[in-house]
Ligand binder design. Structure first.
Ligand code: SF4
Ligand code: SF4
Length: 117
């Protein structure tokens, strides 16, 4: 699936950059995500390349979330390794509100800003 999202989902994925093992070393979430260019790489505050979810692209399927994570919408066997458990599902409204608090309303921003410093 690569076309534009028809409507905002109830929940979207949020990656904690401090918990991400590193986009170059892992990228399992990118392999799990069915949406093209939804999970991107970006530098964290130390310049380390980590994964981040585009809130304007995520459909909230939860396929990237670690097995056992209580925010995951369904059981699956492939996602962020449980050792890192860097991805949580959050409500779309809460994520957008958090982004509006850190900058002008911009749903194209990466949701890592929600949990970033
Ligand atoms: S919830 Fe689904 S669409 Fe969103 S980042 Fe994870 S795998 Fe991709
Ligand atoms: S699967 Fe988890 S640890 Fe691996 S790159 Fe994605 S967010 Fe980081």
């Amino acid at each position: 699936m690569s076309g534009p999202r028809k409507r905002a989902p109830k929940n979207v994925a949020v990656i904690d950059p401090d918990r991400c093992f590193g986009a170059l070393a892992c990228s399992i979430c990118q392999a799990a995500c069915p949406i093209e260019n939804c999970i991107i790489e970006e530098p964290d505050r130390d310049g380390r390349l980590v994964c981040a979810v585009r809130v304007d692209a995520c459909i909230g399927c939860g396929l990237c979330v670690a097995l056992g994570n209580e925010t995951a919408p369904q059981a699956r066997d492939f996602g962020c390794p449980a050792d890192f458990d860097a991805i949580d599902m959050m409500t779309y409204d809460d994520v957008v509100k958090s982004l509006e608090m850190v900058s002008e309303p911009d749903v194209e921003a990466n949701v890592s800003e929600v949990v970033g410093p």
